[in-house]
Every structure is written in C-alpha cells, then in structure tokens.
Design a protein around this ligand. Structure first.
Ligand code: TYD
Length: 239
C-alpha cells in the first residue's frame, strides 16, 4: 500500500465537502472552483458516489436501491469499491500533478450514512476506509451544516416531481442524527474539518468558504516550502 499522501508529500490539495441533503454542497463547490480558477489555480471537481467510470457504474446500483436488499454490509463494500476506483483513477493522479481536487462527499459520508445507527462492525468500516483511501486523506473538509428539515425541504424543491433516492427517502429524525454525526466528526478532527453555517445566504457561505480555503492554501504552501528546505538540508548533511 502507498505511503500516506499527507499535505507535505504531494503538491496538490484535497478538499472535501460534507453535509446532509440539501445543504448546498453542489452550489458552493461550483462557486469555490470558479473563484479558484479565476485566481489561476488548476482545479478538478468531482463527486461521490462516482467520479470515475467504474465508480459511476456503482453509483447507479447503490442510489437506485438495487443493492439495498443485499444488506448494509454489501452497500458499504460497494461504496468502498467505488471510492477505491475514484481515488486510483482520478484523485491520486490529480494530487500528484499538483491540482486542487474538490470532492462532493467522501469518506465522512460513509462514516455517517453507513456507520451511524446501523449494526455494522466498526472494524469492518475502518478496514474498508483504509483500503479505499490507501493513504489519500483530505487536507480540508468543509461541513455545511443546517437543520435536517430545512435541508430536506430544499432537496425536495430541487428534485421537483422526481422520486427521492435510496437515502433521501429516510425519516427526518435519521437525517438529524446524520447532521449530528457530521458535527461529531468535525469536533473530533478539528484540524481537518471546518463547520460552516449553511443557513446563511449563498454569497455569505461562499465568502466564508473562500476565506477558509485561502488560509489553508497559504499554510499548505508554507509547509511545503519548509518540507523542501528540510529535505535539502538533510541531503546536504548526508552528502
Ligand atoms: P447525491 O444524489 O449525490 O446527493 P447529495 O447531493 O446528497 O450528495 O446522493 C448521494 C447519496 O448517497 C446521499 O444520500 C448520501 C449517500 N452516500 C452514502 O450513503 N455513503 C457514502 O459514502 C456516500 C459518498 C454517499
């Protein structure tokens, strides 16, 4: 298995967006990517489940509900398989090429949607996570937070007459527990995660995210300069 792609070891920068249904991830990712491109950055946007041809095929199987009958373990394995392909085919190569990758959902969604309120063996979930990510962890995760009922209303308005997918159709209490799940992860992994109040107007959310990303990218640049200097000093010492 490859060594971890920590922020110092690759030139790229990996951002994930997480949050409940209707939290505005798609709109905010478009806004952030647009702003970064205007700043001259090389950005690739992607989403899960999906993001590579193999993972997109699995997306259909999962979201149509076709895999539901096989049970939650099989669904978790399918999410992991899709993620492994997404990482190998798109995310890792883009990060190695120095690009900024922004993904609409990633491993925190599995931790919350498949991990919470289920009988799933947590060791199996941890093991699937390690295998799927193979060291490619996000540098920054934006958690868009809003009450589940508000998010579901927005998601229903956006969907129009189309039927809700396998996960959208669940009860508001389930969605509210997922919201708490994302907030819990953000609290436990506060170096990586930043919670943004998604009830604010779209422009205010976009501005707040742009400020967070700008700060993190500057810190990342400095870390990499420090890392290169350290390597140069070590090389000179060893010569
Ligand atoms: P999608 O149509 O992409 O909607 P959203 O805008 O909510 O991201 O649907 C993805 C659904 O799949 C969403 O309900 C969350 C769920 N999901 C999981 O259950 N586990 C996962 O690991 C991922 C990535 C998504």
């Amino acid at each position: 298995m490859d060594a971890s792609l920590s922020s110092q070891s690759v030139p790229g920068f990996f951002i994930t967006f997480e949050g409940g249904e209707g939290s505005g991830k798609t709109t905010q990712i478009e806004r952030l990517a647009g702003w970064l491109r205007e700043e001259g950055r090389d950005v690739v946007t992607t989403r899960e489940p999906g993001g590579s041809p193999g993972a997109d095929a699995l997306r259909y199987v999962i979201l149509s509900g076709a895999a539901e009958a096989f049970g939650e373990e099989v669904e978790a394995i399918l999410f992991a398989a899709a993620r492994a392909d997404h990482v190998a085919q798109l995310i890792r190569p883009a990060l190695k090429a120095g690009r900024i990758v922004i993904s609409d959902r990633f491993h925190d969604s599995t931790r919350v949607y498949q991990g919470l309120g289920s009988d799933m063996d947590t060791e199996l979930l941890d093991c699937l996570e390690r295998a799927a990510l193979s060291g490619v962890y996000p540098d920054l995760t934006i958690v868009l937070d809003l009450p589940a009922a508000d998010g579901l209303r927005r998601a229903a308005a956006r969907r129009g007459k189309a039927l809700p997918d396998r996960f959208e159709k669940e009860d508001v209490a389930v969605h509210e527990s997922r919201r708490r799940g994302f907030l819990g992860i953000a609290e436990m992994e506060s170096d990586r995660c930043v919670v943004v109040d998604a009830r604010q107007p779209v422009n205010a959310v976009a501005d707040e995210i742009a400020r967070i990303v700008e700060d993190r990218l500057s810190a990342h640049r400095l870390e990499r300069v420090g890392h290169s200097l350290g390597a140069a000093v070590q090389g000179a010492g060893g010569a």
